[in-house]
Structures are given as C-alpha cells and as structure tokens.
Write a protein of this length. Structure first.
Length: 125
C-alpha cells in the first residue's frame, strides 16, 4: 500500500496588527526554514508590516543553517523597513550560536514574546 507524499509543513505566521508573530516548535527542517524565510519576506513586502517576532523558545537546538536563516530573515525585513526580534532564546542555543561563530549582527533579541512586542511597539530596536 502506497503512502501519500507529504511536503514540508508551513510554519504558522500570526498577524498581530502590523507585527507578524512566528512561534517555532521543535526541529525546523531546512525546507521549512527556507519556506518560512520566503513567506515572511513576501508578507512584509506585501503589507503594512513594521515588525516580526520569531519565538524560538520551543527550539532545543539551532544549527548553522537555521542560525543563518534567522539572520537573513532579519536582514531582509530590515531592507523592507520592518524590524525583527528573536524571542525566547534558551541558554544552550545561545552557547551553540557563539560556538558556531554566528554572532548575527543587527539581530535584536528579547527574553520572551511580551518583551519583544514591547521593543517593537516602543521603537527600541
């Protein structure tokens, strides 16, 4: 019996006014990360989006590819006049990023989603 082929699942993106909220849970496969990058870039360029919050509190591990994708999302959003805040980074993830040499210049972080939203609403990024 043949099983149907299932493509990569899209990561849900929630619009909170002019801010997009993405909550990453578990492992994010390369195809899903690339799809997320395309989706966010498309939504930022198409609408009245001024900020993007990417909540990574549900992510246990970040590899060099995902770290690079997060940095690229922030750079692309900045070029499209939106700010990006990464929220909920675990200590182990921060250690891994530093060990990989991924400093992610220009990327703003917050301890949690509430603080990230405050940063974006106050213009503090």
């Amino acid at each position: 019996m043949n099983q149907p082929l299932i493509g990569p699942t899209q990561v849900p993106v929630l619009a909170l006014g002019d801010i997009l909220l993405v909550s990453l849970q578990g492992e994010l496969h390369d195809g899903m990360a690339e799809q997320l990058q395309q989706d966010l870039t498309s939504r930022v360029s198409a609408g009245e989006v001024t900020g993007v919050v990417i909540d990574i509190s549900g992510v246990d591990m970040v590899d060099s590819f995902l770290g690079r994708v997060l940095g690229e999302i922030a750079s692309m959003a900045r070029l499209l006049a939106a700010r990006t805040v990464i929220a909920g980074m675990r200590p182990a993830v921060a250690i891994t990023l530093v060990e990989l040499g991924l400093t992610l210049p220009g990327l703003v972080t917050a301890l949690d989603v509430d603080r990230a939203l405050e940063l974006l609403s106050s213009g503090g990024t």
